[in-house]
Design a protein around this ligand. Structure first.
Ligand code: CA
Length: 228
């Protein structure tokens, strides 16, 4: 899934951008305030490109850009500028933006800029193959750590193996036998119940509400499914 964030308080421009991004194969996340944008970015570390308007109700787009850059050097950032704001181009690039688009812009221009930036980010990310990203989670396969929204979650070796299996198989219903073979190995002679016990414990660590799980859902009579 190729995720792009659009921060723009004018609903008509925002929906114009969203429609054209979706047509070009992107998943668009929308924010109408700087706070909302920063929250979405924290929750979705797999957003690779953000489009930031400058005039916003709660803060200016340059502040949003600076705050993203304080923790994220990799994201592609495009500023939306108005014709009257020629200086914004310079300021935007100074605060860490990668590109700017001047309003009004055509769908073709928008998509071409985002495609180009996305390709560049995609290439550079291949230098860091140790991170598996799924929704708010990052699983580091080198040091075997898990974070959610940037917060570290302590997991056991078995829980690590379960997370890795899930992230490698998004939205796929996995049978309990398949999970057992995957995590404990094909020669394991234990009971299937060990799968349920470990899933229950993992849910308590990673779900917002373990009694109403959103990431690891139960596939009744079969097994479990990962969605993030
Ligand atoms: Ca605006």
């Amino acid at each position: 899934m190729k995720k792009v964030l659009i921060l723009e308080d004018e609903a008509s421009i925002r929906s114009f951008v969203v429609i054209n991004l979706k047509r070009a194969g992107y998943t668009a996340l929308e924010a109408d305030t700087g706070e909302k944008a920063l929250q979405l970015i924290a929750e979705n570390p797999d957003i690779k490109v953000s489009i930031l308007d400058i005039m916003l109700p709660d803060m200016d787009g340059f502040d949003v850009c600076r705050r993203i850059r304080a923790t994220n050097a990799q994201m592609g950032i495009v500023m939306l500028t108005a014709r009257a704001q020629e200086m914004d181009k310079v300021t935007g690039l100074m605060t860490g933006a990668d590109d700017y688009i001047t309003k009004p812009f055509s769908p073709a221009e928008l998509v071409a800029r985002i495609d180009a930036l996305y390709r560049r980010i995609g290439d550079s990310r291949e230098e860091n193959p140790n991170e598996m990203v799924s929704g708010p989670f990052i699983l580091n396969t080198k040091n075997r750590t898990l974070t959610k929204n940037g917060e570290r979650i302590r997991i056991t070796n078995v829980e690590y193996a379960i997370m890795k299996m899930f992230i490698e198989n998004p939205d796929k219903a996995m049978s309990r036998e398949e999970i057992l073979a995957n995590v404990w190995g094909k020669d394991y002679f234990g009971e299937l119940k060990i799968v349920d016990v470990n899933i229950r414990r993992l849910r308590m660590k990673i779900e917002d509400d373990a009694t109403n799980p959103a990431y690891i859902t139960t596939v009744w009579g079969y097994g479990y499914k990962w969605s993030a």
